[in-house]
Design a protein around this ligand. Sequence first.
Ligand SMILES: NC(=O)c1ccc[n+]([C@@H]2O[C@H](COP(=O)([O-])OP(=O)(O)OC[C@H]3O[C@@H](n4cnc5c(N)ncnc54)[C@H](OP(=O)(O)O)[C@@H]3O)[C@@H](O)[C@H]2O)c1
Length: 329
Amino acid sequence: MRYVEVCGAKVSTIGLGTWQFYAPEWGYGRSYANEVARPLVQRALDLGITLIDTAEIYGLGRSERILGEALGDRRDEAFIATKITPVLPLASIVEQRARASLKRLRSDRIDLYQLHWPNPLVSDGPAMTGMRRLLDAGVVKHAGVSNYGLARWQSAELALGAPVLSNQVRFNLVDRRPLVDLVPFARSEGRLVIAYSPLAQGLLGGRYDADNLPSGAIRRASPIFQPESLRRAEPLIDALREIAKSHQCTPAQVALAWVVRHSNVVAIPGASSVEQLESNAASAELELSDTEEGQLSTAAERFEPVGGAAVVQGLASSAVEAVRSRLSR
Ligand SMILES: NC(=O)c1ccc[n+]([C@@H]2O[C@H](COP(=O)([O-])OP(=O)(O)OC[C@H]3O[C@@H](n4cnc5c(N)ncnc54)[C@H](OP(=O)(O)O)[C@@H]3O)[C@@H](O)[C@H]2O)c1
């Protein structure tokens, strides 16, 4: 495993995302929480993965609870990143919600406490006052944000009066927008971009095509998993496969290596099995050449998924199909 050190925090370049730990929307069923989540966490620690990401909103607290249980007496080996849902981000509420997360996590500290997204109606001043108190009390080690643009990340720092360690954003070969300003900012100022959906929710693993769609509502509703998008993604997946072949690895590993090849960037892939986690951890060691980076960027630039209107249309026609087939039975 490789590690990145910024602002006194040391985290593994490949982490583990735990939205899947209790999420019917991923379609993994109840057995995932009982049978997969614990071995995933234990194996992650064995492999040197320290960064484990969760949020109070995942399974309405269940992901945090499952993570706390799964860590057991190995809590100190992990760098726990959780998130507050900033619906009413007042200082006292931030403090109270952090303490509720701590209970679920069975811990006395949160290594990274992130505002899950920017509240469009309330500035970050009050939330950062709460964050400051949590930092001063030693309950939170680092403050972070998620889904923030650069200007708001910087203004959150002003409100906190200290570095906001990280910004957790979608960053993968399909969505490369963080390269415009967030990644350069993290690099020049010694901050961290935490890449979520680094595998584009599994698309870049190359397992799916128009005849083999993924499970669960979350991906069925996503523009990139519509059959037409999957057809359009074929050249990108082929590019991943070709590079993977020359490194004797998998397309998913190449996709992850592309993300963490950028300095001050770490990735938090979710996993549906221990085998996937092991493969993801190994991608930290994979080094892509500039030529391979160029090939991937060219293929990625040419991929344009279908737009939102097509998704709504697609979902509506599948719903009509489902009703029709029920009526005709
Ligand atoms: N801050 C935010 O707003 C935000 C938003 C989204 C996610 N997140 C965080 O980021 C984490 C990761 O993002 P994500 O779950 O959306 O997407 P992701 O990590 O890109 O995709 C995860 C999925 O990809 C597949 N996969 C994983 N490893 C693979 C491998 N080696 N080979 C092939 N397929 C593989 C698995 O699905 P299948 O096996 O079923 O295909 C897995 O569930 C989440 O768990 C969560 O902690 C944060």
